[in-house]
Design a protein around this ligand. Structure first.
Ligand code: COA
Length: 215
């Protein structure tokens, strides 16, 4: 699992991106048995899902080690949002067919996503963009991918269901090539602005979403 990108953003957000080069069995063998229980594994039927499950744990274990945090496993809350066992550190994970990436923060919620720009986004843009965002996106698939990934990242940061992408999640106007943009989560009593960091990796767009640092 070569690490192809590891960096720290402002406000103590740590990122690691791994290229997945190992088979299902090789990945499984890399996880200690006290972290990967038979019961957990038996609950996942699909081999591909098992592979993703191993990758999530391995990349978070790697990041935790490099941050000096003891890794005791990952669990999910009632909405499917992952959390680190026995720690206040917050995390988010994303998978593609050949990469897995994770971010961690000492105490603030995070979100991330990694996607390839695709024509499909043009067909569904009305579902996830507000009218103003559609005008700004100009039907450009790279911009649409940034909007989509940023909203998936905001969704993961929030972590709960019943989010309407074109009513509760917003991305402020940006130019292609900008590596820091911003977004807003407006739902129920929450109305919060977030920083969104954008990376381009091997034809993918990776976005990380976290709190705006206090000055
Ligand atoms: C859950 C969801 C965000 C996952 O995104 P994805 O692009 O399919 O997959 P990714 O690989 O990027 O992310 C998967 C990771 O998301 C995380 N995740 C799942 N549910 C989550 C939640 N409620 N909150 C935070 N993170 C979550 C998990 O860590 C998972 O990885 P793991 O199972 O290995 O731990 C996505 O399937 C989803 O439900 N999106 C919202 C759907 C929606 O309302 N769309 C409407 C648009 S118009």
């Amino acid at each position: 699992m070569p690490v192809i990108l590891e960096k720290k953003y402002e406000n103590d957000i740590s990122l690691a991106v791994w290229q997945v080069t190992e088979s299902h069995d090789e990945l499984q063998a890399m996880l200690p048995s006290e972290i990967l229980t038979d019961a957990e594994l038996a609950a996942i039927r699909h081999l591909q899902k098992q592979t993703e499950f191993f990758c999530s744990r391995l990349v978070i274990k790697y990041l935790a080690n490099s941050l000096g945090i003891k890794y005791l496993g990952i669990k999910k809350d009632e909405f499917g949002k992952p959390y680190l066992v026995g720690s206040n550190w917050q995390m988010s994970i994303t998978h593609t067919s050949n990469y897995v990436a994770a971010v961690m923060h000492p105490n603030e919620a995070l979100g991330m996503d990694m996607e390839k720009p695709s024509e499909k986004l043009k067909r569904i843009e009305h579902k996830f963009l507000s009218d103003l965002e559609r005008i700004e996106a100009e039907g450009d698939i790279e911009k649409l991918c940034i909007y989509w990934s940023a909203k998936e990242a905001l969704y993961k940061l929030y972590g709960k269901r019943k989010v309407i992408f074109n009513e509760n999640l917003f991305v402020f106007p940006f130019e292609k090539g900008q590596n820091k943009i911003s977004g807003r989560l407006k739902i129920n009593e929450i109305d919060e602005k977030y920083n969104i960091y954008v990376e381009h990796i091997d034809g993918y767009i990776l976005v990380v979403c976290g709190s705006v640092p206090q000055v």
